[in-house]
Design a protein around this ligand. Structure first.
Ligand SMILES: *Cc1c(COP(=O)(O)O)cnc(C)c1O
Length: 454
């Protein structure tokens, strides 16, 4: 039974632990895609999400207003500008939002959606999320000061860049709670899943999620694929998108655009040394390895939550089969049936892997040739684009973070230390607030019970 959008938005995760996906894929016609080329970003965003949100909840004019407000604060008039870096490669800059990473695109919208729906229903909720870096600050920035929710953000202690951490811990608001966990990002994610599996707690606190397992996040990231491709000539030309990938949320949004009718020749899943997805797409091997810290910490992930959504389509939308396969994967560390799933994914997906040395070399090289400073995540994307066999299609690489978020890596590669934009220039002098807890769900549950204002 399909659920109304409102319940999907607030619930985050289905009660059986599965992920929400649309019952059917809406389609956008070639003419509609062509028309996007001349529209501003907010209009494109509103049109792209329209089929997923019932009009009784949000009519066209209210949706347009929310989208306008969402992207009004972005630091660039194009919102998601394109920049050519060589004869057939463009960068899609997704870091002009308030926290300097692509996650602002969906989360700034999500914060406003939550506000609207909660006020309408007279509800209060508790958002719990896990971050490997950029989700945390983007979610906190989207939720700060909103009177009908608390946000608890878990991050792996010591694994974030200083800028990433301080963008979260310097937010001084009563409804914002930062938690440093003694563990990895996957541990943080498992803790969140464990809380959601506790139905009593879930009802007591009105638990809700904003990490990329929330369908509305995936939905809110689909517009820039349409916007970029339309501006460069879609639907009359198909493009290859190269996506720096961790939790598989962003590249899954590209897949959604493809299912909605955007011509995409290839989706290149770009990984760092944490290469489980590379091994899957290149070698049909999906087996969990240790997470190792890299220069692109927002991609230091082994179990990519949103991959399950792709599996659902690739396995004939058989939810029970996906659940069984995922259970085995989590228990044994190896995905059963990977060969078949791999074969069915090859028509669209390709994996590439870029290690830290290659990342630094790409940052250096692009800076030398173009004067453009890349952050390490975007550099993994550009490196992956260079490794991908040319197929005559132009490539669009997603630049997922601002270089100033990762100044150490950028300066190691180029000798340049990119300054933070004006609104964050005194970030490193602001006082921090955060609580350390061990990787223990009971300690976490107590902490949240104590601090949520429900
Ligand atoms: C979150 C993030 C990624 C990974 O995106 P997923 O949707 O998790 O695959 C890549 N780069 C940056 C800068 C990020 O913040």
């Amino acid at each position: 039974m399909p659920l109304p959008f409102e319940d999907v938005l607030l619930g985050g995760l289905a009660r059986d632990g599965g992920l929400f996906v649309p019952a059917t894929w809406p389609t956008v016609s070639a003419g509609e895609i062509r028309a996007l080329a001349d529209m501003d970003y907010a209009t494109i965003a509103a049109r792209t999400v329209r089929p997923f949100i019932d009009s009784e909840l949000l009519d066209d004019s209210l949706l347009a207003k929310l989208a306008r407000e969402t992207y009004a604060d972005f630091d660039h008039s194009d919102v998601a500008p394109l920049r050519q870096i060589d004869e057939d490669t463009w960068l899609l800059e997704l870091f002009h939002g308030p926290t300097l990473a692509f996650k602002d695109f969906a989360l700034q919208f999500l914060g406003r959606l939550f506000d609207y729906v909660l006020a309408r229903r007279g509800l209060r909720i508790t958002i719990v999320g896990a971050t490997s870096g950029d989700t945390g600050s983007a979610a906190i920035e989207a939720c700060r000061g909103r009177s009908n929710l608390d946000i608890f953000m878990l991050y792996p202690a010591g694994r974030l860049s200083e800028v990433q951490r301080m963008q979260m811990t310097t937010v001084d608001e009563e409804n914002v709670h930062n938690i440093a966990v003694g563990g990895t990002f996957d541990d943080c994610q498992d803790l969140v899943k464990a809380l959601f599996a506790d139905h009593e707690l879930r009802d007591e606190l009105g638990l809700s999620a904003v990490n990329s397992i929330n369908w509305a996040r995936v939905m809110g990231q689909t517009a820039y694929y349409f916007a970029a491709a339309a501006r460069l000539g879609a639907p009359d030309e198909a493009f290859t998108f190269v996506v720096p990938t961790g939790n598989f949320g962003n590249v899954y949004s590209a897949y959604v655009a493809h299912r909605m009718g955007l011509p995409i020749s290839k989706l290149v899943v770009a990984s760092n040394r944490n290469d489980i997805l590379y091994r899957f797409f290149a070698e049909a091997d999906m087996s969990i390895a240790e997470v190792e810290p890299s220069l692109s910490p927002s991609m230091d992930i082994q179990v990519s939550s949103n991959f399950e959504r792709l599996m659902f389509d690739l396995m004939g939308r058989d939810g029970a089969a996906v659940e069984t396969a995922m259970r085995t994967f989590r228990n044994d560390g190896v995905l059963p049936g990977a060969t078949q799933i791999h074969e069915d994914s090859c028509y669209l997906f390709e994996g590439q892997r870029i290690d830290d040395d290659e990342t630094l070399a790409v940052i250096h090289d692009v800076y030398t040739n173009t004067g453009i400073l890349l952050d390490p995540h975007s550099a993994v994307g550009v490196g992956a684009a260079r490794k991908t066999a040319r197929d005559g299609c132009r490539r669009i690489v997603l630049a997922t973070a601002h270089p100033a978020k990762f100044p150490d890596a950028v300066s190691r590669a180029t000798g340049e230390r990119p300054p933070l934009p004006q609104h964050l220039s005194d970030l490193l002098e602001r006082p921090e607030t955060s609580t350390f807890i061990e990787n223990d769900v009971n300690v976490l549950r107590d902490f949240i019970r104590h601090h949520a204002a429900t």
